[in-house]
Design a protein around this ligand. Structure first.
Ligand SMILES: Cc1cc2nc3c(=O)[nH]c(=O)nc-3n(C[C@H](O)[C@H](O)[C@H](O)COP(=O)(O)O)c2cc1C
Length: 141
C-alpha cells in the first residue's frame, strides 16, 4: 500500500509507461498524474527547441535547479545549469525576469544549452503522437 492512512492517493512523478501506471494503481493509488509523458504530444505547447532537446542524445540526465527562475524545478542538465546552478539564489520571480532575455534568445536561436528544458526523470520514454494515442499506450493492459 502507498499510504498507511485511509486517504485517496494520486500517484505522480516519473510515471511514463503502462507498467509504471499499472504498478502504482496495483499499490493502491486511485489515480495517476503524468506530465513529462505528454511533452512530445501533438497537442502539447512544448517549443520546437524543447521537443528537439528531449529527443537529443546530447542530454544524459535531469537535475533539480533554481538557476532559471529562482525556485526549484527539474530539467535537462545543460550548459546554463552547469555554469550557474551553484551560485543561483532562491529569488523567484526576480531570477525568472533576470534570465528571461537569455532564455528567449537561446530558444529563438534553436540552442537548448541556455534555456530551460523542463523534463521529469522519465523523459527518455516520452512518446510522440496524439494525446489519445499516448493515453492508449499508458493504459494498464
Ligand atoms: C513543462 C512542465 C512544467 C511544469 N511546471 C510545474 C510547476 O510550475 N509547478 C510544479 O509544481 N510542477 C510543475 N511541473 C512538474 C509536474 O508537477 C510533474 O510533471 C508532475 O508531477 C508529473 O511528474 P512527471 O513529469 O515525472 O510525470 C511541470 C512539469 C513539466 C513537464
Amino acid at each position: 500500500m502507498l499510504a498507511a492512512v485511509d486517504v485517496p492517493v494520486v500517484a505522480a512523478g516519473g510515471l511514463v509507461s503502462a507498467g509504471d501506471v499499472a504498478g502504482v494503481l496495483a499499490a493502491g493509488a486511485v489515480a495517476v498524474q503524468l506530465g513529462t509523458a505528454f511533452l512530445l504530444a501533438d497537442e502539447a505547447g512544448s517549443s520546437p527547441v524543447h521537443r528537439a532537446a528531449l529527443q537529443s542524445p546530447e542530454f544524459t540526465e535531469t537535475v533539480v535547479t533554481r538557476a532559471f527562475s529562482g525556485r526549484y524545478a527539474r530539467g535537462l542538465r545543460n550548459r546554463f545549469i552547469v555554469e550557474h546552478d551553484a551560485q543561483a539564489p532562491l529569488g523567484y520571480p526576480e531570477i525568472h525576469y533576470l534570465t528571461s532575455p537569455v532564455r528567449k534568445a537561446s530558444a529563438a536561436a534553436g540552442d537548448p544549452q541556455a534555456t530551460n528544458v523542463w523534463a521529469g526523470t522519465g523523459w527518455r520514454q516520452a512518446r510522440t503522437g496524439t494525446v489519445a494515442e499516448i493515453m492508449t499506450g499508458l493504459a494498464p493492459v
